[in-house]
Every structure is written in C-alpha cells, then in structure tokens.
Design a protein around this ligand. Structure first.
Ligand SMILES: NC(=O)C1=CN([C@@H]2O[C@H](COP(=O)(O)OP(=O)(O)OC[C@H]3O[C@@H](n4cnc5c(N)ncnc54)[C@H](O)[C@@H]3O)[C@@H](O)[C@H]2O)C=CC1
Ligand SMILES: CC(=O)C(=O)O
Ligand SMILES: [Mg+2]
Length: 597
C-alpha cells in the first residue's frame, strides 16, 4: 500500500502501532490485546509463547466466535454484560463485533438495554471503569483523580453525568458513570474517536432515589442530592481541573437534571468548548428529521405549527433550535418564530401566568394569549392544529388515538416524533401512529423500532431520532479542529450536514434520518461541516486543516480510529508514549482480564 498523504498526523492509525508491553501485561491491556490473533512473530517478539493456544485466528474468526457466545446469552441484559466484559478484554474485537452486527447490537449497548444496566449498576458491578468524583473532593483530589488518565495531549473528550436524569429513568446516582461510558463508546463506534483518548466521569453528588438510598449495595454517596452553591462549586472544581489538565479536550455533559442541565451549559458555553447532548444533540437531530419531514409534506419551516409535549432539557433544547430555524428560513424575528411553538409540561400548556413555576428555558414559550384555564394536550391539538408533535415527556402512550386523529383531521401529513427513552416510555408506538393516520404519519422515534408494514403492503422504516446520530460527528469536528468554543453556527452546520443525508429527500417513503449503519460516513459529513464553520467563526485552533473540500474528508477519515489489528512495533518501556503502554485515556488503570463470558 502506498503511503497515505495524511499518515504523518498524530491521530493517524495507518502503519504500525508502538507497543511497550510484553507477556501477560500485553494480554491484559484491552487497547493492545489481540488474543488469539497475535501472529507467530508477535508471539515470539512480545513474549507470548505458551500464553495462547497455538492456532492463530483472524479478527473475522474471533468475531464469529464472539458472536456465537453473545447469541447464547438469552436476555438483552445478559448480552449487555457480555459486551461489557468483551470491552475489558479486547477493544478492537469489541468494536469490530458491534460494527459487524450494528443494528442488532446498538440497542444492547445503548438505549434501551443500557438503561437497565444503569438501573442495576450497584448489583451488576464487577469492576470500575471511568473516574468517580464525589462532591466532598477538593480541587487537589479532583486533579489527582483526573490526572491519572494521561498528560495534556492524551485526552480529546471528557463525558460526564451527575446521574440525575438518566435517559427517561430519572435519578440513578453513581450509576450515571455508565451513560458517560456508553456515550464515549458511541463516539468511537460512530465517529472513530480514539477509544484511549476518551475519559468517562461521574459527578457523585448523592441521590434523591429512595430505592438506591435504601439499598445496602448501592455504591454511590448515600445522601440526598447536593444542590445550590455547594453543587455549583463542585462542578466548577471539576471543569477547572479538566481545563488545567487537558486543555485541548472538550467537555460533554449528559443526563443532568432539569434544574442544572441548561444552566451549566449556559454558564460554560462562552468559556470552553462544551456540549450538552440532551439539549443540543437532541435539538440537532430532531431539527434534521423535521427538515426531511417538512420536505416530504411539502411544507416550509416558516409555516409550521409545532407542539412540544414535555418541556424539559430535551424539549426546550429542541424548541430553541426549531425557533431559530423558523426565524432564519422565514425572515421572522425570534419572538415571532417562538409563537409558532406551543410547549406543554405537567401543568398543561405553558402560560405567562405560571411564571413562578417555569424554568428560564421555558419562559420564552409561556403564552400570554387566551384564557388562563389549564389546557392539556388534546385541547391544544384541537385548538392549534399543529403540523408537528414532539414528545420528550417520559409519559408513555400520551399520544392517544384521539390526539393523533385530532391532528390528522387538519393536516395531510402529521409529523409525530415520540422521543422519550427507553422504549417503554415512548409517547406512542409507530405501528399505532400508522394505523390511526391511514399511513400518513411522518414518524421518528427516540429508541429503535422495527419497520411498520402499512395496509398497502409497504414496509416503512422508522428513523431513529436519537442524538447518537449526530453528537459523535459534532464531537469529531470539535476535536479535529481543536475548537476553543462550540458556537451555535457550528451546530447549525451539523444539522444541515445531517439533514442533507436523509433518505426521505430522495424517496418519500424512506426514513427521515440516515440509517445507523451509515453512521460513520454521516459523521464525516457532520464533522466537515462543523470544522468549516469553526474556521469561519474563528474558533478553530488547528492549523493543518486542508482548504480543499475533498481533501478535508480524507483528512478527517484518516484520523478516525477503526477496529482492525495493526502490526505491533516493539518499543522500550523507557520513554514510550502512554498509548504504547496502553495507558492513555480511560484505559489508564491497571487491568486484569476477566473471564465472565
Ligand atoms: N431521542 C433522544 O435523542 C433523546 C430523548 N430524550 C428523552 O426525553 C425524555 C426527557 O428527557 P429530558 O428532557 O432530559 O428530561 P427532563 O426531566 O429535563 O424533562 C422532562 C419534562 O417532561 C415533563 N413531564 C413529565 N411528565 C409529564 C406529563 N405527564 N405531561 C407533560 N410533561 C411532562 C417534566 O416536567 C419535564 O419538564 C427522556 O425520556 C429522555 O430519554 C432525551 C434526550 C435525547
Ligand atoms: C438519548 C439520550 O440522550 C437520552 O435519552 O437521554
Ligand atoms: Mg441523554
């Protein structure tokens, strides 16, 4: 193979991989371990003779064996545990296995099954992964804990959760570490972010979940959640430590509770490159799906009437992005665009008269108009006649037949996105939506659903409208451009790149978002859009970004980690890079091979 033009880049994974480990230490380091795929030469050179059976497997052989073992697990949670164990043994095999069975395994390693694993975290616990910070820790202790994962150049992204609003299953305390881990797995799987350059963190501030507090095996701090100044000061100590130790890493916030998610995002957005996936990632993917739906329905953004059911972090994040898109596309002011969005939460339609109960993010959507009586979803749908109905409420089956048919009476193609996760919390089942609307619905869901067969015998794919379709590509763009901030315009660029890939633009019966199997290609496009916008906004710090568009995609692809075995090149432990010692990033801890298959 000829030399690749971008092979010299530090993140390139072309060519051999330096390795400073030998013998059992090498076998026990998941980032470098190849198991039965170590070649005869490698076994000799790396002191592995006698530590492995004599046959040498290919990665494909190993995938086949691992898949058979995986398939023998009877429950989704059993499969999830198997995959966790696999990740602790051999990372290339772990990612290759998922890539080879992506559609089947995505719901196992992510929503909905990961939600079950998080709920059972303290019971299923075998060994720690990630960094556990608790609210009593001083700045020095936080720095010491985070500092174990590498030096300044070693980390690209740090994902953290305080565990208060995990998926739709609420407060899971210290179990929140697993959502940080799962999101980082998706960065690698979907966008080729290097797995040993990521760092998962849980901010343990206690829990208000009584079941956990009363569980003798619960592993987090057993006290009610810390709030107020003490909480804010802890988050500040965490963010400052990240900045000091890993100034090039960007910070991903996941599944924070309603009182904190938006507030923290707004506080740090002007200061550092940071991202809240529930607010911004969900907003991006939903807007992209809406563009495709509006295209199929023959509607312009400027004329859409939108009802948001559940106006929390995700709901208001989506509403803001829709509002901005309406304003830009139609030339209306933001205030005018806001009037096209009706937000409903527990007390009903948000009204100005409720101002004391509303969060700052809800305020702009509180309506002055009309009477002050409480209005539920059905009343609002009847009155507003929306084109679009989006659910982020965690209230299962809230989109009843009456609501859906009420909507379908007034619009030709009702656009309905039940986005609550996990699956059992969806506001509606796509099958019902198709039945109740005579197949007219344009639908996308937060967790994966099987295709629906409509009366005319057509199979309709249900797009998965989950932030996982876009946050990995956004992250890749931030990492490669070394953006010092994440601007609103960079998010808009991500939406445009994603929306342009929607299959429904070519075939109105196809999905509103690209299929997850194409996610790596989609991530390249999203990253390219984000990088170009970062340059325009003057926040890109990377100097080597190619000017030519074709070259840019090549440059991005070359720096994406791919699960394949690279030839190992022996280097001395003395002076070896952390990667060569399998030590950088979240894999910095000493590891022991677990045999829990
Ligand atoms: N598909 C995706 O990519 C994403 C989906 N989500 C899902 O959205 C849901 C909400 O997540 P967050 O916004 O982070 O939580 P959140 O707690 O910030 O917001 C939920 C909101 O729904 C409201 N709500 C609860 N019951 C309601 C009811 N009966 N009627 C009307 N409103 C009600 C709550 O008061 C709250 O304001 C979760 O199920 C989550 O899994 C969240 C982020 C991304
Ligand atoms: C998908 C996601 O981020 C959530 O449900 O919270
Ligand atoms: Mg989330």
């Amino acid at each position: 193979m000829g030399k690749n033009k971008f092979e010299h880049l530090p993140l390139s994974t072309s060519g051999p991989q330096d390795c400073a480990l030998t013998g059992p230490a090498l076998l026990h380091t998941p980032y470098l371990n190849k198991g039965t795929a170590f070649t005869a030469d490698e076994r000799k050179n790396f002191d592995l003779i006698g530590l492995l059976p004599s046959s040498v497997n290919t990665l494909e052989d190993q995938v086949k064996r691992a898949y058979d073992q995986y398939s023998a697990r009877r429950t989704p949670l059993g499969k999830n545990t198997f995959m966790t164990s696999m990740k602790e043994q051999n990372e290339v095999l772990y990612y290759k296995l998922i890539q080879s069975h992506l559609k089947e395994m995505f719901p196992i390693i992510y929503t909905p099954t990961e939600g079950e694993a998080i709920q059972d975290y303290s019971r299923l616990f075998r060994r720690p992964e990630g960094c556990f910070l608790d609210v009593s820790m001083t700045s020095e202790q936080i720095e010491q804990a985070l500092g174990r994962y590498g030096s300044e150049e070693d980390i690209d992204v740090i994902a953290c959760s305080d565990g208060e609003q995990i998926l739709g299953i609420g407060d899971q305390g210290v179990g929140g570490i697993l959502i940080a881990i799962a999101k980082l797995v998706l960065y690698t799987l979907c966008a080729g972010v290097h797995p040993n350059r990521t760092l998962p963190v849980v901010l343990d501030v206690g829990t208000d979940n009584h079941e956990l507090l009363n569980d003798e095996l619960y592993l987090g701090i057993k006290r009610p959640r810390t709030r107020g100044e003490e909480y804010d000061a802890f988050v500040e100590r965490y963010v400052s430590a990240c900045r000091k130790l890993y100034p090039k890493a960007y910070l991903h916030f996941e599944d924070f509770g309603l009182p904190n998610a938006r507030r923290i995002l707004d506080l740090y957005t002007p200061k550092i490159a940071c991202f809240n996936d529930d607010v911004q990632g969900t907003g991006c993917v939903t807007l992209a799906a809406m563009y495709a739906a509006a295209h199929v329905a023959g509607l312009k953004m400027g004329e859409l009437r939108v009802v948001m059911f559940g106006a929390g972090s995700a709901g208001t994040g989506i509403a803001d992005q829709i509002r901005d898109a309406i304003a830009v596309e139609s030339g209306k002011s933001k205030e005018e665009a806001t009037k096209q969005i009706w937000c409903i939460d527990k007390p009903g339609l948000l009204l100005a008269s409720m101002k004391d109960e509303l969060t700052p993010a809800q305020h702009p959507y509180a309506r002055e108009d009309g009477d002050k009586e409480k209005k539920g979803l059905l009343d609002v749908v009847r009155e507003v006649k929306p084109h679009v109905l989006i659910g982020t409420s965690t209230r299962p089956k809230a989109f009843t037949k009456e609501v859906v048919q009420g909507m379908a009476k007034h619009v030709d193609r009702p656009i309905i996105f039940p986005l609550s996760n996990p699956t059992r919390l969806h506001e509606a089942d796509p099958k019902d939506l198709f039945e109740w609307t005579d197949g007219k619905v344009l639908c996308a869901t937060g967790s994966p659903f099987p295709p629906v067969e409509t009366k005319d015998g057509k199979k309709r794919e249900i797009a998965e409208c989950n932030n996982s379709t876009c946050f990995p590509g956004i992250g890749l763009g931030i990492i490669l451009s070394r953006a010092k901030l994440l601007t609103t315009e960079m998010l808009v660029a991500a939406v445009k790149a994603l929306a342009a890939q929607a299959p429904a633009l070519k075939d109105p019966d196809a999905g509103l978002l690209p299929d997850i199997v194409d996610v790596r290609d989609i991530s390249v496009k999203i990253a390219a859009g984000v990088i170009r916008q970062a340059e325009k906004d003057g926040v890109a710090q990377e100097k080597g970004i190619p000017k030519d568009e074709g070259e840019l995609e090549e440059w991005i692809s070359e720096q994406m980690w791919t699960p394949r075995y690279r030839e190992l090149r022996k280097v001395d432990v003395e002076g070896a890079s952390r990667a060569a010692r399998g030590e950088a990033g979240s894999k910095g801890m000493e590891r022991v091979v677990s045999n829990q298959q």
